[in-house]
Design a protein around this ligand. Sequence first.
Ligand SMILES: [Zn+2]
Length: 167
Amino acid sequence: MNRRGEFRVSVTKDYLVFASAHFITFAGHRCEGLHGHNYRARVTIEGALDETSWFVYDFVALKHTMRDLCDAIDHKVLLPLENPKIQVVEDGDFVRVAYEGKPRYVFPRGDCALLPVPNTTVEMLAELLTDRLRVELDRSGAHGLTAIEMEVEENFGQSAVYRVGLP
Ligand SMILES: [Zn+2]
């Protein structure tokens, strides 16, 4: 067969959700109050067909990995570690959070996900999940993949998509 087209596979499942709390900062001196979303993730990966299995990537493995990534931040307070206005300090079994130097929250450490992002927007969460998925794909020996596209929705019809080409 002379195959000229390209393939992509997508996974979006009821369990690719994470119910998490967060707040974001805006330009100037605005900072949201703590609130939550039922986030939903959808991933698409593109690449060459594996010509022994005739798929781009194993759906079962992709679903399993995505589920683990979502579970890791499910039922957590998502806190950004790279936001210059938000100070996140681990203190024994607690995490102390200040906004522009003023104490704002104290959470149990186990209820927090400390994330290497500047703000917990859906854009940054999509990029973070993509980075984490990429590590897992590399670890699983995936080959021939050309791109990952990750969508994170925080409300119905309100989502961000991050796409990265793979070298
Ligand atoms: Zn929000």
